[in-house]
Design a protein around this ligand. Structure first.
Ligand code: 9MR
Length: 351
């Protein structure tokens, strides 16, 4: 049983028409939403919740290479088209995720790609996919997760098929092709482990800043940084000592910032549900209050809307076997303290 005041229902404001996250966000110059799959869209209660709450959505998987380009000469746009139709019908913006990544590539790619043709394959893919959605995408994650501070390289670039076959220029090539294919989309570099106070996150922040500066120096078209924000619930509260100067430097580069994949991995927390939800809500509140102090931050997306649909249960299961509770709504679609934290922190952002 949840403690009084923490039960999901009590988090709705007392007014007859509940305040929607998307309305609060709009009043403060922000977009808010989440990643979704087409299977989720088929659930009527879920889709009406998504329509009410979100002003921006992103395909969790359907625009990734393996889905959208399953064979060398075949593209499969049905998943992305379905979310675009939903977003259009509900006045929502659509993010594109993603055009170039080391993961989730189709098997044919490794067989077909060589040093001679890799740049062409990447260009053709971006031209076809960003071209298909041209004019309809708020922002594209053009390159996803290109930094791995353990790669041993001075520039911190991650080993990947693209780095291996094209070299470090692959990033410029991808952004330039995306700019040609969809001149209206905000072109974004998206990465994780940029938020918290650990030495690993600090190394990642410095490497990402180096990358962003080098793209800027070469006049590569880039407009935004996506900070994924897969946070970990830890015993000690964060001071965000690294995050603030980092976001100041990103602002100096003239980039917008999107929180693209917010959730909280609660493996470090004891099983009690009310206490977990409270701690996770506090982390949402603390993080968002800090992040939203930075003017370039324009959008907040969670990686899934309800705890039923989180990747964490597959990829980072709790040792006690209990489901993780990382998102603003629970499996019954009731709002949790994380929802209240989103609403309240966005509402204190100066417009
Ligand atoms: O949530 C996504 C999961 O369903 C996929 O199997 C996985 C591999 O494509 O990707 C997950 O989403 C990732 C996102 O695309 C990039 N940042 C990390 C996310 C969580 O792994």
């Amino acid at each position: 049983m949840l403690a009084a005041g923490l039960s999901g229902q009590s988090l709705w404001p007392r007014a007859t028409a509940p305040l929607r996250l998307r309305d609060v966000a709009a009043q403060h110059g922000l977009l808010v939403g989440s990643a979704v799959s087409n299977a989720q869209l088929q659930r009527p209660q879920f889709s009406s919740l998504l329509a009410r709450q979100a002003s921006i959505v992103v395909c969790e998987n359907d625009m990734k290479w393996a889905h959208v380009h399953p064979e060398q000469d075949r593209y499969e746009f049905s998943g992305g088209d379905a979310l675009l139709a939903f977003a259009t019908a509900h006045g929502q913006k659509l993010r594109g995720h993603n055009l170039c990544w080391h993961e989730h590539n189709p098997d044919w790619l490794a067989r077909a790609a060589t040093r001679q043709n890799a740049a062409d394959l990447l260009r053709q893919h971006i031209a076809a996919v960003a071209g298909h959605f041209r004019g309809q995408i708020h922002s594209w994650d053009v390159v996803n997760e290109a930094i791995d501070t353990r790669s041993g390289r001075e520039d911190g670039l991650r080993e990947s098929i693209w780095l291996d076959l094209i070299g470090p220029d692959y990033l410029d090539l991808a952004f330039r092709e995306a700019a040609r294919a969809d001149p209206n989309a905000l072109l974004t570099y998206n990465d994780y482990d940029l938020e918290q106070d650990t030495p690993e996150h600090e190394r990642k922040r410095q490497a990402v800043l180096g990358l962003l500066r080098s793209l800027r120096d070469r006049q590569t078209p880039i407009h935004a940084l996506g900070i994924q924000s897969h946070l970990k619930a830890e015993a000690a509260p964060s001071q965000w000592d690294g995050l603030h100067p980092f976001l100041d430097r990103v602002e100096d580069l003239g980039l917008q910032v999107f929180v693209t994949e917010l959730d909280v991995d609660d493996r470090a927390l004891a099983p009690d549900i009310a206490e977990r939800d409270r701690r996770i809500g506090e982390l949402y509140r603390d993080y968002l209050a800090n992040v939203l102090r930075h003017r370039p931050v324009k959008a907040i997306l969670t990686w899934g809307l309800t705890d039923r649909d989180t990747w964490l249960n597959h990829s980072k299961p709790r040792a006690d076997g209990l489901p993780q509770r990382p998102l603003p709504f629970d499996t019954d679609l009731h709002p949790k303290p994380a929802f209240a934290a989103m609403r309240e922190t966005m509402s204190t952002r100066r417009g």
